[in-house]
Design a binder for this molecule. Structure first.
Ligand SMILES: CC(C)(COP(=O)(O)OP(=O)(O)OC[C@H]1O[C@@H](n2cnc3c(N)ncnc32)[C@H](O)[C@@H]1OP(=O)(O)O)[C@@H](O)C(=O)NCCC(=O)NCCS
Length: 229
């Protein structure tokens, strides 16, 4: 274990045994780091205050429908599974998103067979009181920068139910192209899921690339952990 300072002079503990913990993404207003235990507990508390109107379901996996305490426990298990199942063949990196000292939400980026396919998927949520402020766009721009610039992605994909105007607004606003649709069983009702994709050439013209984003901590140890070196 060794110490280093982040951009704001705070001392961070670097752990060579889990290199991904050293990755930090800064956007103009946000700091993003892979979820650790204290972040997981804070995210459970934030999510418990509400992510969406209970009448709606923006997620394909309806995890927010679970009653307490299964809701809280399944969230913790999700974070532990992300770490436990990480491999070159399949990974899902959950980034805790902070605005100053406040945890505001989660942005994840995932891939299957990444060393060959070079394609990532993203998913996200913000606590309700942090929605509608443009933070969702910054979070997505942050992980897109990480994927395309730090990991050499060729493609990013995203999907959202047709009525999720904020999610689709981010996707389209950042320059993804339409990529088909699917019908999903949502609470036993068919729901139209719109798919979008951004190529590496789309990334080079994306508004996300213009945003002031910096990524630190991606080194050979991180690439090895992800099966890239
Ligand atoms: C989806 C989510 C992450 C978006 O983050 P956000 O910070 O609230 O969204 P933003 O404020 O950045 O808005 C995104 C864009 O959509 C646009 N938008 C938002 N609501 C809209 C609406 N009803 N109609 C049209 N456009 C809309 C915004 O104007 C913005 O576009 P702009 O940057 O060009 O102005 C957030 O709302 C959330 O957590 N929702 C609940 C969980 C969820 O839906 N997760 C995603 C599942 S796919």
């Amino acid at each position: 274990m060794c110490l280093r300072a982040d951009g704001k002079g705070r001392v961070l503990m670097e752990n060579p045994n889990w290199p991904l913990w050293n990755v930090t993404i800064h956007t103009p207003r946000l700091t993003m780091r892979i979820v650790r235990e204290r972040d997981a507990l804070a995210l459970v508390e934030l999510a418990g205050k509400g992510i969406h109107d209970p009448a709606d379901m923006p997620f394909e996996d309806p995890w927010t429908d679970l009653p307490s305490p299964e809701f809280e426990q399944s969230m913790l298990q999700f974070f532990w599974r992300c770490a436990a199942n990480l491999s070159a063949q399949s990974w899902r990196l959950p980034f805790a998103v902070y605005r100053g000292e406040d945890i505001v939400g989660l942005q994840d980026v995932s891939a299957d067979d990444y060393p060959v396919r070079r394609c990532v998927n993203t998913g996200s949520w913000l606590g309700q009181s942090y929605q509608g402020l443009g933070l969702g766009k910054e979070m997505r721009a942050g992980v897109l920068n990480f994927a395309f610039e730090s990991l050499g992605a060729d493609r990013a994909e995203s999907c959202a139910f047709e009525e999720n105007h904020a999610s689709i607004g981010i996707t389209v606003g950042l320059g993804y192209e339409p990529n088909g649709e699917a019908v999903t069983n949502r609470r036993n009702t068919p729901a139209r899921d719109l798919k979008y994709a951004m190529s590496a050439s789309g990334w080079s013209h994306s508004a996300a690339k213009e945003m002031n984003v910096s990524v630190s901590g991606v080194d050979d140890a991180v690439r090895r952990q992800m099966g890239l070196a």
